[in-house]
Design a protein around this ligand. Sequence first.
Ligand code: GLA
Length: 404
Amino acid sequence: MKKISALTLVFISLLQQVFAQTPEQDKVKLAPAPPMGWMTWNFFGFDFDENDVKQMTDVMVSSGMAAAGYQYIFIDDGWQGGRDNRNNMIPDPKKFPSGMKALADYVHGKGLKLGIYSDAAPLTCGGFTGSLHFEKQDAKTFASWDMDYLKYDYCGAPDDSSTAKKYYKTMAGALAASGRPITLGICEWGDRQPWFWAAGAGGSLWRISADIRDKWKRITGPGLGILDIIEINKNLHPHAGPGRWNDMDMLVIGLYGAKGPSSYLGGVGCTDVEYQTQMSMWCMMASPLIASNDLRKMNEATRNILTNKGLISINQDALGKQAVEKMRTEAISVFVKPLANGDFAVAVLNRSDSPQQFSLNLSSAGLAGEYTAVNLWSGEERKKAGKMRLTVAAHETLVYRLRP
Ligand code: GLA
């Protein structure tokens, strides 16, 4: 008997080893598809409280955003109230009188997840308490509040990339040891080419650029727009995949130049066509989809853009490929994204300021054969699409799902 039970034990332990997840697989589980949610920053800046967060949580559900796949409420900078006499981080008691655990319970009660924000320096970008040298303690605090995500910023931290890697690794390790799965979003604005090292440092996504502003593109001076970030991300497609995403920053869709940080640096607002392009390209490029408009007051156009089912399924596709630019003319870019079921998504982006007639020859975009093409904005279906004559408005993006 004794012999058999020893053998059984060996067998069980072998089985455990075979089925054990590697750390890499564990990390993929934290963000198998690009995270989707809503973030406080672009609209509120530092000026928000627990009631704002609760209202946004409610409207995420009532507006249909949650049903469309938006899962997270992300609290950005401005929630902090310093440290208590044991050095535990505390929220600003005026803004969050009920505390962060109660807020997380509220958000979880609605079927959503809650994210929080800190920085790899003594102070955050906004001058609030940061986490440097308190990583373990703060990760434990965030876990004790039942947080699901941490955006970890890099203001006030050293410029060199080896320090950045070290600081992010330290926080990732602290989160992994916190006793709760917490997804790590890296935010050092692409300054140290995080696409090469951020996944290895424990991040599931990383910002690739400076902050987006609510505008089509940079004309003079600083402040990036939608098109600028598409151009930056264009070459980064080899680095994206399940558990590792190029983060193109928040969606400015529906802000229309509203108050808040997205309106700084020339963020005058965009047209609905430009917002459609943002949705189209963020989905094609497998970026996290993080709305930042005032959901409580969004109009129908904004709601329809943010909840477009066909586009969201392209963004969330299990293959996790980022679209590649296959053709480029003076005005037009054609992007292709292969999908898990053998379909392809094709986007035709008009970068220019005037309407364009464009003849899309699918075989020139690397897609031989005939396809049924569904226009994901209009719903129009074309059978046997091989060559398509298209009219693309200025700054517009047409997206087709092609079925072989
Ligand atoms: C940086 C980040 C923004 C936001 C602010 C908060 O600028 O890039 O996304 O988090 O800090 O202060």
